[in-house]
Ligand binder design. Structure first.
Ligand code: TXA
Ligand code: MG
Length: 348
């Protein structure tokens, strides 16, 4: 398959006549899959009403079919076509955070959506992305767009068009290149089918931000302790993993340096994920700064790109600093621990 690469440089004027977007939208209408930028990560889009189109997403990604997809919409009216029983707190969240990195899981309505989108569940995750290209594309295609992150299943999510091209060239019909995404970690997934909202996946909107709008917000037990089956099917799979094993180090930089030295003595090529603050203090085969500790949003924005960079360096092992689990640090640590398969070394 030939993968078209469309570049959109000027994000200020995306009237529906923008030719690259019109071409990508045409392909979505023809039930082809195309990747596009959102404010979180690049998505791999397909017409959510077509079994044929949605099946192509699962094939291109190598995604397990029991893992449902998020449906992306560009206007609030579309929401009422696909979901029902929207609680008041969900309406408040929509008012405050859409368009933005927040996915609401609601009761599915009618037969419009393909059953492959929801993996047979009677709920559906919906969000309105805050990115001019995503919004223009969905509007122009005039269908709800199912879109998981546009990476091969198990790999770090794509925050640049080149990441998508690396993983999916020849497997999808096109990629709209809108430059690097901003937030860098995926949307927060919130279950809105019970009396109070529950976070199923931490993401771009923090728990603190949600609570400021609706009061008490629950957290899926599976995120807090091991041994609980996650309510969000996707949370149980290996995710975000670079080629080399990742170990998260919970301790001081001198402890991290001692570990680096031990592994290097054993003949390992060690990659280190640190921040601008730690870069000059650490010595290893490859040290990469991922944003600044002072502003964890910059760590989120660069995380997946840095994990992918270690693949190019052919390191044997990646040791990563850990981050405070508050604000967007919650999502950063969730992704890092998944990349590490929960391998953590704690300083005594
Ligand atoms: O930021 C994002 O959300 C990106 C961009 C492209 O929008 N999309 C994304 O999609 O991260 P994906 O497919 O990689 O992750 C979707 C997550 C999975 O963990 C999935 O299990 C969960 O949302 N999910 C989707 N529908 C659900 C449902 N009905 N109930 C529970 N969890 C659901
Ligand atoms: Mg994903």
């Amino acid at each position: 398959m030939n993968t078209n690469l469309w570049t959109v440089d000027d994000l200020t004027d995306l009237s529906t006549s923008y030719p690259q977007i019109a071409q990508a939208a045409k392909m979505l209408k023809e039930n082809e899959v195309v990747a596009f930028p959102t404010e979180t990560v690049y998505g791999l889009g397909a017409n959510a009403c077509s079994d044929e189109a949605v099946r192509k997403i699962f094939e291109a990604k190598g995604r397990p079919s029991d893992n449902p997809l998020i449906v992306h919409i560009a206007s609030q009216e579309k929401l009422n076509d696909i979901v029902q029983d929207i609680p008041d707190y969900a309406k408040q969240l929509i008012k405050e955070f859409w368009p933005g990195p927040l996915t609401l899981v609601l009761n599915k309505k009618g037969e419009q959506l393909s059953d492959f989108v929801t993996a047979g569940l009677n709920t559906v995750g919906v969000r309105m992305p805050d990115h001019p290209i995503a919004l223009a594309l969905i509007k122009e295609a005039d269908v709800p767009v199912a879109a998981p992150s546009a990476n091969r299943s198990g790999k770090p999510s794509p925050t640049q068009a080149t990441h998508v091209y690396h993983d999916l060239k020849g497997r999808i019909s096109g990629i709209v290149d809108g430059g690097p995404t901003g937030v860098g970690v995926e949307s927060t997934v919130v279950d809105c089918t019970a009396a109070i909202p529950t976070i199923l996946r931490p993401g771009g909107v923090t728990k603190e931000q949600l609570e400021a709008v609706v009061g008490k917000v629950g957290v899926d037990q599976a995120l807090l302790e091991e041994g609980h089956a996650p309510k969000s099917p996707g949370m149980k799979y290996t995710h975000y993993a670079p080629n080399a094993p990742v170990i998260v180090v919970d301790g001081s930089r001198s402890f991290l340096q001692t570990l680096i030295n031990q592994y290097e003595k054993d003949g390992k090529k060690v990659g280190v994920l640190t921040t601008e603050e730690g870069k000059s203090e650490l010595l290893a085969a490859k040290v990469i700064a991922c944003g600044t500790r002072e502003n964890l949003q910059t760590v989120a924005a660069n995380l997946y790109d840095v994990l992918r960079k270690f693949d190019q360096e052919d390191v044997d092992l990646i040791l990563s600093e850990s981050f405070p689990q508050a604000g967007v640090g919650e999502a950063v640590m969730n992704r890092l621990l998944k990349a590490a398969g929960n391998q953590v070394i704690v300083e005594e």
